[in-house]
Design a protein around this ligand. Structure first.
Ligand code: HAS
Length: 542
């Protein structure tokens, strides 16, 4: 891609990795505190560090990386450059997001916003934390407008023909993101900010949680879809293969768009304020949103098998041997895919109403999201970074850096395996999530959890080591690796495929989505507004 686009993408990616580094440190510390290995100094506390870790990792690292990656890929697949208007949107977004990030971070550092990354009521932060979050969201919309702007221009220049797969997927991701962030924007602007400034004395907590999870579930697909873009479009090229089916890939994304928003109640299955009928509808839709992931698994297997067989792999699994196992650009996302198999199964367990009663609010859930976003998605982002950063800085991914990347992937995978296995196991024993070190007054059951909590801490140590290694390798690739050209891998279908044009008719899909949202949320939200629970007293934590 051209230099202006590269500069913009890199600006996003650097903030992403700065946040990642701080978040990794906070993560290791909180694991050690929980495992009883260290005590924090009196000027900080577990919940402050937990908030820093969650906000920096789950909200800042992901959003910045996603925008940086997608902007570069959209440019790469539409002629190599973003036009001036798209660049302007992109930079405006970066500035707003960065102002918002700094505001939110300052309030976390001053301990005025220890409200965890889910930040719904009744925990209350400084209003400046919420204003920072709002700026982050609005800034990310501008990043999305940069993609939409490039997309529209490309369509105009190409007589309305079907957009490249990477672009289509990026547009779908941002349509999802913009629609999904509307409810949290309403929560922040009309509930949290007025309450936090003291303009209103009570808050409708049910509504606050509902609006948050209305956003919170599609948020996880906003993380996942860019990883899927890498799986569908970049990984096939890395292994010397093709996109298995253009239509299937687009259909999977449309399904993700339609079914990942009207499902938020699966995070609220244990809440008494929502009637079981509505929860059931959300559970059914949740089980439907599993299907595009199964389609993705099928598609990836098909790509690997056809490519492996073409390279001479024979027998039932001989094609697997033909994969480029020593290429970190393949290895890191592949390990992520492997983790995603149990992670997806865990998600289905979570979504099943009765089983949710067993795992809800236990560290099982923490284990679930560390192997979804923390491994499947994160390892894919690392795998992408290993080629994206040198491609953008005009350097090469050297053999040594590649080898170190493999080591880093193994450290991350082993750390995550140990930590998340312990979390899943402890969750089934009933160990609560989001608690600092405690033995519950030396209760024998809680004492029995300690060994596994130490395993969690040990896994966290390995993860921190992997994070430091990653930052060192990326720093090397950006500033010290030999100058040269690194490929931006984009695969195509093997033969021309006829993709149904309906897949790109946005008014149809946005219309269907609006219908599903109204069906899934209209009545329950009206009910919550009507019955208006008494509201919490305005407790100040700042
Ligand atoms: Fe989840 C809680 C249900 C997917 C993230 N989830 C969370 C939270 C986070 C999160 C962050 O229903 C905690 C929120 C909080 O703080 O409270 N989740 C699901 C379901 C899925 C799912 C049904 N989650 C994700 C993804 C996430 C993520 C993806 C991040 C990126 N989740 C829940 C529920 C809760 C929840 C409940 C609430 C729990 C509670 O009570 O609080 C599904 O979308 C999963 C579908 C995935 C699959 C896997 C397909 C496998 C693939 C890999 C193929 C491998 C290949 C390689 C090709 C069906 C695509 C193999 C090659 C070989 C050779 C073997």
């Amino acid at each position: 891609v051209d230099r202006s686009t590269a500069r913009l993408s890199l600006a996003y990616i650097w903030v992403a990795y700065a946040a990642f580094g701080l978040a990794a440190l906070a993560g290791m510390l909180q694991g050690m505190v929980r495992g009883g290995l260290i005590e924090l100094p009196s000027w900080t506390n577990y919940y402050q560090i937990l908030t820093a870790h969650g906000v920096l990792m789950a909200l800042i690292f992901t959003t910045y990386f996603i925008i940086g990656f997608l902007l570069s890929g959209v440019a790469r697949t539409t002629g190599g450059a973003l036009h001036a208007a798209a660049l302007r949107w992109g930079w405006a977004g970066w500035v707003l997001m960065t102002v918002g990030t700094v505001m939110a971070l300052v309030t976390i550092i001053t301990n005025d916003a220890s409200v965890l990354y889910t930040f719904y009521a009744p925990l209350k932060a400084s209003p400046y934390f919420y204003i920072g979050a709002a700026l982050l969201v609005v800034g990310s919309w501008l990043g999305g407008f940069a993609i939409f702007s490039r997309y529209r221009r490309w369509k105009r220049e190409n007589g309305g023909s079907m957009s490249p797969l990477f672009v289509f997927m990026s547009v779908t991701t941002f349509v999802l993101w913009i629609i999904a962030t509307l409810p949290v924007a309403v929560e922040v602007l009309f509930q949290l900010i007025p309450w936090s400034f003291g303009w209103t004395s009570t808050i409708n907590i049910m509504l606050s949680r509902t609006l948050f999870w209305f956003f919170g579930h599609p948020l996880v697909y906003f993380w996942l879809m860019p990883a899927y873009i890498a799986w569908y479009v970049c990984v096939p090229r890395v292994i010397g293969g093709h996109v298995f089916s253009d239509s299937l890939a687009r259909l999977a994304f449309i399904c993700l768009l339609l079914f990942s928003i009207p499902v938020g109640f699966h995070h609220q299955l244990m809440e008494p304020g929502i009637s079981p009928g509505w929860k059931m509808i959300h559970v059914i839709l949740t089980l439907i949103v599993v299907i595009p992931s199964l389609m993705t698994a099928f598609s990836m297997f098909a790509t690997f098998e056809t490519t492996g067989r073409k390279k001479g792999g024979t027998g039932l699994f001989g094609w697997l041997k033909k994969m480029p196992w020593s290429d970190v650009r393949f290895f890191a996302p592949f390990v992520g895919m492997l983790f995603f198999i149990p992670a997806g199964a865990g998600g289905i367990i979570n979504a099943s109403n009765q089983m949710n009663a067993v795992v809800h609010n236990t560290v099982w859930v923490t284990g679930h999201f560390h192997i979804t976003v923390g491994t499947a998605v994160a390892l894919t982002f690392f795998g992408v970074s290993y080629w994206l950063i040198p491609a953008l800085t005009g350097r090469t991914l050297t053999r040594t850096a590649n080898r170190m990347g493999m080591v880093q992937t193994v450290f991350w995978a082993v750390g995550m395996f140990l930590m998340s296995f312990a979390m899943h196991y402890l969750g089934l024993q009933g160990t609560p999530r989001r608690t600092a070190y405690t033995t519950y007054m030396d209760h024998p059951v809680a004492l029995g959890w300690m060994d596994f909590q130490r395993v969690m801490a040990f896994g966290g140590g390995l993860l921190f080591t992997a994070a430091v290694l990653l930052l060192l390798i990326l720093g090397y690739l950006a500033f010290f690796a030999p100058k040269g050209k690194t490929e931006y891998p984009i695969a195509e279908t093997e033969t021309e495929q006829q993709t149904p044009r309906i897949l790109e008719r946005w008014p149809v899909w946005v219309g269907v989505l609006a219908f599903l949202i109204v069906m899934a949320y209209g009545y329950p939200i009206m009910e919550q507004l009507h019955h208006h629970p008494p509201g919490s007293p305005p407790i100040r934590t700042w």
